[in-house]
Design a protein. Sequence first.
Length: 252
Amino acid sequence: MTKILLATTMLAGLLTAGIAQAADMPLKAPPRAAPYYNDWNGFYVFGFGGYSWGKINTEDFDLSVVNLHNPKPKGGVFGFGAGYNWQYGAWVGGLEVDYGFSDQKENQTVNDSGGSGSCIAMGSGLSCGSHLSLNSKIDALGSARARVGYLFTPNLLTYGTAGLAWGRAKVNISYPQEDCDSDFCTFSSKTNLFGWVAGGGMEYKLFDHVRVRGEYLHYDFGSTSFAFQPFITINNKVTDDVARGALIWSFN
């Protein structure tokens, strides 16, 4: 009996010492959780508004000979669009289509009572007068683009974007009827524009389903022909720059 009691006492002591030693050992830290990012997957729609400034640079006619400069239409732009995002951790890629209405315009007028600087060759005739007007306008812009961005915080996305672009421009050259000594006093040309667009921006998620955006886009439509019927076609290089903000509704 004495031996059994002694063995039991020794076993209890060993167990107590082991438990105390285990309690004194430092606990292993739990695995670090992966960064959490809000879900940016899914379909969205948006409306936008901003300011745009363009250039219509003539390639085969020097406007300075009639005291004019290459048109630089400026004005507001607004429109709507839609897109879809795919999220891979902190990376977000997607496709987007938009269409905008533009109020970019510029009006130039030459006032020269002597007529020395306001003559312009129009086909077989030479029109001269005291008032020569050149009115330019870009009234539509659209694009289909890819986007790639990175989430620096769960709610803040920065991105680059590029794709195809299209638009519409109009140029009008005219003389008042009383100053016109040609059979043709007004020449107008409206043309569709096609090219590429690239830019970037930042997007912020305010709360579920609602985001805001600020972005810059550069449009390049290359060399575009303006046909002034019935005599003249003038080639122009057309570019446009847009700074705009957007309000986005996400369906995810």
